[in-house]
Design a protein around this ligand. Structure first.
Ligand code: FEO
Length: 409
């Protein structure tokens, strides 16, 4: 048996039998198109019982960090089982290196995870666990719960029965690098923003599955004392808080709030955006104006998680939508926001096709459009700016009507 390592990094004790052995990625700034200004963590956990289990691994460049943390507790070769909750490479990229170092008795994944791990890494011999199946560690029991599409088809969670601890993988996570491991050590407003950003940019398309998962957890009699996701902090106190946030976002509840997002070539579309925002403000609608040269698409998606209205402006460039606006619309359409009131606007020189194209994209998101799109040739004069303010007021009225229709009787 090897001596315990005094490598780069130490494990963090979560309970008597569970250690956090993940990695902190302070430098990551992009997660497949989602801007992560505060970095992220790839959480992995060591469960000590007669048999030792490692729950998840980390992104490939961080495998040595994981092994170093494991070695601060036990010889990594003493890991018997590796559980891969999710085959996406931020959790499985380090798996081949970990397997080579640990030589575990068995590696487990969901049936779809087995296939994905085989295709990603050519891994053979990974064993499939069933939804609701269990694995005894001797004195401790792991139970498996499929969480399909939260966030990939193969995703699953693992429950440590005796500790009432749910390793939820992507679900209930957030991209937030921190020296604190627990949510109760971090400012709540920061947690709420990063959890919302994660939900809006990763999980929104699968919102219908969130209440089903929570119901499935209840039906299975799973009580969660500790919620240990694979990104961001661990919820050792009040895990219901983040579950409650998820349920609210999944409900599609929208506030009387508007987001005006645009790009501009010569400030004309910018002037229109400001006038529309003034019209909304006249009607008492809190409005976030987001010029795309200063706002990342993932921040727009986050603001839109609870906003009731989206107003999008684009100049016409070469008979089409300005590239940054097209980028945003493609991204948002994939996230499938529902229940929005929307409008399109923009300045043009001659053809003016962009506004109609923006309106068509908003309609494809099943948004309720106000007008056909407001176009202004060249620079908006006072009359045109009055039209913009009127559009803002119209959107505000529609937003109030939509909110009243949704209000409980
Ligand atoms: Fe954190 Fe779907 O990977």
């Amino acid at each position: 048996m090897r001596e315990r390592s005094t490598g780069c990094c130490e494990a963090v004790k979560v309970t008597d039998d569970v250690y956090w052995v993940g990695a902190i990625d302070w430098g990551v700034r992009d997660f497949h198109g989602y801007e992560t200004p505060r970095g992220s963590t790839y959480n992995a956990y060591l469960v000590l019982a007669d048999k030792v289990a490692l729950i998840d691994t980390v992104k490939a460049p961080f495998a040595s960090e994981l092994l170093s943390r494991v070695a601060s507790v036990i010889d990594p070769e003493h890991i018997d089982y590796v559980i891969s909750n999710h085959a996406e490479m931020d959790h499985s990229g380090g798996l081949p290196e970990v397997i080579a170092a640990v030589r575990p008795e068995a590696v487990f994944a969901s049936s779809m995870g087995v296939k994905a791990l085989g295709q990603h890494f050519g891994l053979e011999g990974v064993q499939a666990v069933e939804d609701g199946g269990t694995l005894s560690l001797g004195g401790r029991t792991l139970a498996f719960l499929e969480t399909r599409m939260l966030h990939w088809p193969d995703s699953m969670a693992t429950y440590l029965v005796e500790e009432k601890l749910l390793f939820s993988n992507d679900a209930f996570g957030m991209h937030l690098a921190s020296s604190q491991r627990y949510a109760d050590e971090i400012e709540e407003s920061l947690l709420a923003w990063e959890a919302a950003k994660y939900y809006a940019n990763i999980l929104l398309p699968y919102s219908k599955l969130v209440p089903r998962l929570v119901e499935k957890i209840r039906e299975a009699g799973i009580e969660i004392r500790t919620l240990a996701p694979s990104h961001g902090p661990i919820w050792r106190r009040d895990p219901d808080k983040v579950v409650g946030w998820y349920m609210r976002w999944a409900s599609g509840e929208r506030a009387r709030k508007a987001v005006v997002v645009y790009d501009t070539m010569w400030q004309s579309t910018a002037k229109m955006a400001r006038a529309i925002a003034e019209g909304l403000a006249e009607e008492g609608i809190p409005t976030k104006v987001m010029p795309l040269r200063a706002s990342h698409r993932s921040d727009v998606a986050t603001e839109l998680l609870d906003a009731g209205a989206l107003i999008v402006g684009s100049p016409t460039l070469n008979n089409g939508i300005f590239p940054t606006v097209a980028d945003l619309l493609t991204y948002l359409k994939g996230l499938r926001p529902r229940g929005l009131v929307a409008a399109a606007f923009g300045s043009y020189g001659w053809g003016g096709e962009a506004v109609g194209q923006v309106a068509a994209e908003l309609a494809a998101m099943k948004a309720e459009l106000v007008g056909d799109g407001l176009k202004v040739q060249y620079v908006p004069d006072q009359g045109a700016l009055q039209q913009c303010r009127a559009l803002g007021r119209q959107v505000a009225e529609r937003l109030k009507t939509a909110a009243a229709a949704r209000a409980p009787e």
